[in-house]
Design a protein around this ligand. Structure first.
Ligand code: SD4
Length: 335
């Protein structure tokens, strides 16, 4: 099947998913519409979902699924915005942010961690093996090494070359959507981009989420984005649903974005409406800034209904369930 046909079929699946979400306030359906199901941000979400699906389809937990799923882009050397080969900060250090959360409010995160290829697994270790939620920088690295994670060089020759090129102007101006890479040929203007946020509903009806990124390329050393901040880049509440975000993290943090999306779903919004309101709050608060940046939210309620919204065109998300394993949906946007 051509990429275009697959994309169109996926779009139809997306509308069906969104249509069941409805447009008006109603309570979150108690019975699952579709489970198991996994969704994630951007085109690299397709491969990540397929890994998560192996866990879900075998009756595994949503928590295991999201961890396994996001490890795929973390290890993908073609991907310069997640994990190894991520673009470095202004000074040439690759520093990673990640968080993970389950339906019961258990969560763990690491921020600005260096030399560890799979920050999502360190985040899970923080959740399961410490009394804390978030470890940062040197302390996060020390914890990871103590847990047996190998210390590795994450800056690849290709990323180093890109950084040296950037140094010629050294101008920090995040692009709205990153350049199209070579993962897939995407019609409709969908672009490959940054953070992977993944949400899964397992066969037992439990929800979990994971979010992992190398953050904004060429950031100041020590900068932390929304991805490892529970309530900003990721939030899960088993009574309601889950949300995750991608884009300029500062604007997501300012608005407690993923928490806001979940709370809006609690009040009866569909996942898509909740994402749209969270995006439009960012736009209302800083209209001039919002015109120049991308932020996208992706949400799934406890019934498995899915919705997304972004400031700008070009956002896409991947959906995987028993019907379709490689659906890529063009996200709706305010502009
Ligand atoms: C961050 N939200 O660090 C991440 C990066 C991202 O599109 O998703 N950019 O702010």
């Amino acid at each position: 099947m051509t990429d275009r046909r697959r994309f169109i079929q996926a779009s139809m699946l997306g509308s069906a998913v969104l249509a069941t979400g409805g447009g008006v306030a109603r309570s979150v359906p108690a019975a699952a519409v579709c489970k198991p199901r996994v969704v994630s941000t951007w085109d690299f979400g397709v491969a990540a979902n397929q890994e998560a699906w192996k866990v879900l389809s075998a009756g595994g937990t949503a928590l295991d699924a999201v961890e396994a799923g996001v490890r795929i882009p973390e290890a993908d050397l073609r991907n310069h915005s997640v994990g190894r080969a991520g673009y470095p900060d202004r000074d040439g250090h690759v520093s990673l942010d990640a968080s993970i959360m389950d339906q019961a409010g258990n969560c763990g995160a690491v921020a600005a961690i260096e030399h560890i290829a799979h920050p999502i697994s360190v985040a899970r270790a923080v959740m399961e093996k410490t009394p804390h939620v978030l470890l940062v920088g040197e302390g996060a690295l020390q914890f990871a090494l103590e847990q047996g994670f190998p210390r590795e060089e994450l800056l690849t020759p290709e990323s180093e070359k890109a950084w040296k090129e950037w140094l010629k102007t050294a101008k920090y101006s995040p692009s709205i959507n990153s350049e199209v890479k070579d993962f897939r040929n995407l019609p409709g203007g969908a672009r490959n981009h940054d953070t992977i946020g993944m949400l899964a509903l397992d066969a037992h009806g439990n929800l979990s989420g994971a979010c992992t990124t190398s953050g904004m390329a060429w950031k100041l050393r020590g900068r932390v984005g929304d991805s490892p901040i529970i309530g900003a880049g990721l939030y899960v509440d088993g009574e309601v649903g889950a949300a995750t975000s991608t884009g300029v993290g500062e604007e997501v943090i300012r608005n407690c974005g993923s928490f806001l999306v979940v709370e809006l779903m609690r009040q009866g919004r569909s996942p898509q409406d909740a994402c749209r309101e969270a995006v439009e709050r960012i736009i209302r608060k800083k209209p001039a800034t919002a015109k120049e940046i991308q932020v996208g939210f992706l949400a799934m309620n406890r019934a498995g209904e899915v919705g997304a919204w972004a400031i700008q065109k070009g956002f896409s998300y991947a959906v995987c369930d028993a019907v379709k394993q490689d659906a890529l949906i063009p996200g709706k946007s305010s502009y």
